[in-house]
Design a protein around this ligand. Sequence first.
Ligand code: HEC
Length: 80
Amino acid sequence: MAKRKAMQDVCLNCHQQAFVDGHYFQYDAMVKLYNEKTDKLFADDPMHKWFNTNTADIKSAIKSGEFQKIYSELFKQDVK
Ligand code: HEC
């Protein structure tokens, strides 16, 4: 928090307190939103789950064909 205060002091040379507070409020909300979005992706999305998987497990999934199955399912379209 000390570093944040130092950075805000720089902003305050030109902007008013309410503007700086507002900016940091929005900035924190954005960080929170993206943290939640990426957590969800890594937990739920089959393509992103692999980012948290060690290389040996990915290799064995490729050899067994399990890995390819995820990708073949991802782009399936219902063409009518
Ligand atoms: C040297 C003066 C100066 C400092 C220091 C400064 N700003 Fe600014 N800032 C400005 C000016 C001037 C504008 C308006 C630019 C324009 O109209 O295009 C601006 C615009 C902005 C805008 C865009 C506002 C809008 O309506 O689009 C944001 C956000 C902003 N500053 C945030 C910050 C933050 C956060 C800091 C500190 C980390 C900071 N500024 C430090 C001078 C400064």
